[in-house]
Design a protein around this ligand. Structure first.
Ligand code: PXP
Length: 254
């Protein structure tokens, strides 16, 4: 588990912390009225124009925000890589194979949840995940698992041979005081452990202007995926200004 691999040394200190912007909630607002406005494609174009590094979109089983037809439009609209968040189902696998996004992040999904409330139990679901990971990887899609920052989940990710894990930062974001410091340490320790084992660590969920910097300062992290807060801020200051501000805070923390 702790053997230093060449991949690990390559990724131990990524110079640039990538920002993937999750545009799901532009589609949430669009869907509230059933029409075409606001269009998540326009959001993707703004993210590209202000130097975002990627677009993240979660096609949920209930299609509550992003819809099937959005995927190709988002892919065609910018040169940015698309990170498709998807449940480990046959339906989503078929969609991913059809669209061939740059990356696919496998997330747990429950219909009744408001958002992705916890990490994927990669350790407990090896047999379910293995064929899905293999098919995605064979199609040239960079597979990531959205997991809690725990050694057993990293070990499971290694057993599944994924190149990337994304740590769920929800516990960090919701904790306060000493509990938050402990969560931050856990994220930093697990980012180091992932890199040591040849896996590129990303992080996301619940990140805001106020809490992003300690996470961005973790040197091994290569990418943050941020959605709800940025789209919320965009209502007040515009998406371009919101993404720029997040970018500045991330850069300042490095
Ligand atoms: N990363 C993953 C894998 C997610 O599922 C989500 C959305 O839940 C995010 C990042 C972004 O989280 P948020 O919208 O809270 O910024």
């Amino acid at each position: 588990m702790d053997k230093q691999s060449p991949v690990a040394s390559q990724h131990s200190r990524p110079a640039h912390l990538r920002l993937g912007v999750n545009i799901d909630h532009v589609a949430t607002i669009r869907n509230a009225r059933g029409g075409d406005h606001p269009d998540p494609v326009r959001a993707a174009q703004i993210v590209a124009a202000v130097g975002g590094d990627g677009i993240t979109a979660h096609l949920r089983e209930d299609r509550r925000h992003i819809r099937d037809a959005d995927l190709a439009r988002i892919q065609a609209a910018t040169g940015l890589p698309l990170n498709l968040e998807m449940a480990a189902t046959d339906e989503m696998l078929a969609i991913a194979l059809r669209h061939r996004p740059h990356a696919a992040c496998i997330v747990p999904e429950r219909r009744e949840e408001r958002t992705t409330e916890g990490g994927l139990d990669a350790a407990g679901q090896h047999n379910r995940l293995a064929p899905i990971v293999a098919r995605l990887a064979d199609a040239g899609i960079r597979v990531s698992l959205f997991i809690a920052p725990e050694p057993r989940q990293i070990e499971a990710a290694m057993n599944l041979c994924v190149p990337v894990v994304e740590f769920h930062t929800g516990e960090y974001a919701h904790a306060e005081g000493e509990a938050r410091a402990a969560e931050l340490k856990r994220l930093a320790d697990m980012a180091a452990l992932a890199v040591k084992n040849g896996i590129e660590p990303h992080a996301g969920h619940g990140l805001t202007y106020d809490n992003v910097q300690p996470v961005a300062a973790i040197p091994q992290l290569a990418e943050l995926n941020i959605g709800h807060y940025l789209i919320g801020e965009a209502i007040f200051v515009g998406l371009d200004a919101a993404v720029r501000r997040m970018r500045e805070l991330m850069d300042a923390a490095r």
